[in-house]
Design a protein around this ligand. Sequence first.
Ligand code: GLY
Length: 374
Amino acid sequence: MIDKNDKLDITIVGAGVIGCAVAYELGRCGAAVRVLESRDVGLGATQASAGVLAPYIEAHHPGPLRALGLRSLDMYDAFVADVVADSGKVVPYERTGTLEVATDDASLTRLEQTRQGLASAGVACRMLSQTEARVAEPHLGESVRGALLLPSQGFVGAAALTAALRRAGARHGVSFLTSHAASRLSVADGEIEIETAQGTVTSDAVVLAAGSWTGRVAVAGGAPLPVRPVRGQLLRLLWPGTRLARVIWSSLCYVVPWHDGSVLVGATVEEVGFDEGATVAGVTSLLDGVGNLLPATRDAGFDEVRVGLRPGTPDDLPIVGWSSAVPHLVYATGHYRNGVLLAPLTARLVADLVLDGRIDPLLEAVAPGRFDAS
Ligand code: GLY
């Protein structure tokens, strides 16, 4: 926590869903907030996110990632309601559940183990036989062997949410400076200086939320964090049949049904550095996967392929908290596959930390200090 009698002046570096959520939360709590973004809002991992909110799928076993995901999912109804009210924008958001589909013996066994673990923890879920799965979702192909229905999960429009966060933040006085790349942070006279091509900005605190590009911002006195880009290609198809009832997930791909008649099909996971290009191999693998899962997609229209770079970390956990090496610097990065899911919680954890000095027990697992002198 930074002690100051006046309004705290905070700069967020990065305007993906995490940077925008943190900016909105700090802005509505009364801080003076500016966001610096090297390109435009929501162009990193966020623009290629299908917006699936599925902590039980992203973390098949209990642990810090599942705990973070569940806390954040619990916040989602209120978070979206607040952002919609403050922005006046529509944010597509549904909690119609997920159907995780097994197409072979090994995944069927794993799903049954997951069901047992969830049932013993009191989580509502149901294992469906092949016939039951195809009744629940008639578009499923014959490759389906069984499926786990989890009614509490859902999805949100990531781009719409980020745009609404920007507008809502602006209503609380947050300024967004796009095409402003931060190149270096350093501490001087109890403040933190941020160098950009347009000049140096000074703040009481900086929240570094630059996702895959975190390491491109030099931090005087701090070691670079091990955040790396992990490419995801995502397809938007024009769905030809009756709307799918919910998110369908399998080891081949996942599919998110939207009210406008489109589906998003994701996503590749590729270690190719900062290459944001789409590839024939990536698109083909997704089309093959979804064609096998939902044969009707063979008649779908092909609208577009989106590409994003997820910020991966060595332990697949985000990095959230005060820098252990550099005063006035907070990290909110490395959310890998879960930036959209974890946005409400990350925003709250950062606001509590910076404005009130409150250290949530969940922060222990995601502390920057676990990576040397960060
Ligand atoms: N959250 C799913 C993905 O990153 O592909």
